[in-house]
Design a protein around this ligand. Structure first.
Ligand SMILES: [Ca+2]
Length: 380
């Protein structure tokens, strides 16, 4: 695919998206090829050979630009003369990957550069930034060893660029990347550094599966924009394994995110479950049995968090011998807190009930005994 065609295609895709035809209605990053856009600031490279990070500066504030590479040995050379160029260092393997970004959490909205291709192929352009739909932009474009290969990357819709990575594909090799310009309408720098408070560990609020937790604000150094922590201090933090991560971030003028830090808030469930007192149970043995199965209802349990289990020892339905046996019921919550209660199972001996004929004989015997006793008393 030729560069001009790809450029038109990108523009067409952008226009289609801009018209709201798709769910992701707006493109955030536009790449134009073959145009040497001068509306940005030259990156002035610092002379260096065989370094892991070639640096330069851009803008009135001398913002530091880092060029890093993962190709070959990762060593670079920076040439500030004429058309500043960064290439693979002396004696290293060919340059096929390069990432450029501003130090100090700075962002930019436009990058212009020229890939001087030693071997034709393609370049995969990967753009990281702020609020870019999908998290990043990525597309590939042809590079021709027979000509210069200019690219202009522009963030639109208020998005901000934090880094641009160039990776040679389809056999391409970069001789160097030169004429680099960064800037645009919203180049933003930050000298802010923030330090989060130490991790917070606390117990649940009574009857709550969590707690309202306050924590100290992060400490800052340098000049910082507004710092916001999420979840905010004073929020309700649930009981959750590993705790809840709190992220504090600096808001940059222009909408970007500057310095960040994070820490955890852990709320432990230390409240044991509630457990109703089970009533004692009394049963009688069946004739000719030496023990009897006894079932009893599970006690009513409750807890500040879900996941309570209850167990009885011996369990309901077990065979109980004559006499009293103590049953222990224990409720255990998801954090291992336990509450126990005991009750008695009383098994009475079998009591034989006389049949009707047996009862009649007993009554007759008692009656005869009464008559005999009456006669004896009259003979006295
Ligand atoms: Ca609990």
């Amino acid at each position: 695919m030729s560069r001009s065609y790809k450029s038109l295609l990108s523009a067409a895709v952008f226009l289609a998206l801009a018209l709201g035809a798709a769910v992701q209605a707006w493109a955030d990053i536009v790449v134009v090829t073959g145009v040497n856009n001068q509306g940005t600031e030259n990156v002035l490279l610092n002379v260096a050979t065989n370094v892991t990070t070639a640096t330069g500066t851009v803008g009135a504030n001398n913002l530091v630009v880092n060029f890093t590479s993962s190709s070959g040995s990762g060593l670079l050379s920076a040439n500030p003369n004429g058309q500043p160029a960064v290439s693979g260092g002396t004696g290293n393997t060919a340059l096929t990957q390069l990432t450029m970004s501003l130090a100090s959490n700075a962002t930019f909205t436009r990058a212009v550069f020229n890939i001087n291709a030693a071997v034709s192929g393609s370049v995969l352009i990967h753009v990281e930034g702020v609020n870019i739909t999908g998290g990043f932009f990525e597309d590939d474009f042809t590079v021709d060893a027979a000509s210069q290969n200019f690219f202009t990357i522009t963030a639109i819709n208020g998005q901000l660029i934090t880094s641009v990575s160039l990776t040679a594909i389809n056999g391409a090799v970069f001789g160097d990347v030169r004429q680099t310009r960064l800037g645009g309408g919203a180049i933003v720098s930050s000298t802010c550094a923030i330090t989060c408070p130490a991790a917070v560990v606390t117990s649940n609020d009574t009857n709550q599966c969590g707690a309202v937790v306050s924590y100290a604000a992060p400490t800052t150094a340098g000049t910082c924009g507004t710092i916001t922590c999420t979840p905010a201090a004073g929020s309700f933090f649930p009981v959750v394994a590993g705790g809840t991560n709190v992220t504090c971030a600096e808001s940059l003028v222009g909408g970007g995110v500057g310095a960040t830090c994070s820490f955890s808030v852990t709320v432990n469930d230390t409240q044991p479950p509630s457990l109703s007192q089970p009533p004692n149970v009394t049963v009688s043995l069946v004739e000719n049995q030496t023990q009897t199965p006894v079932s009893f209802a599970a006690p009513v349990v409750g807890d500040n968090c879900p996941g309570v289990t209850v167990a009885a020892t011996p369990p309901s339905g077990s065979a109980f011998p004559p006499g009293s046996t103590t049953v222990t019921v224990t409720a255990t919550d998801a954090s291992g807190n336990m509450t126990s209660a005991t009750f008695l199972v009383q098994v009475l001996a079998f009591l034989k009930v006389p049949t009707m004929s047996e009862a009649a004989l007993i009554v007759l015997a008692l009656l005869l005994m009464g008559i005999v006793a009456l006669r004896r008393s009259r003979q006295i």
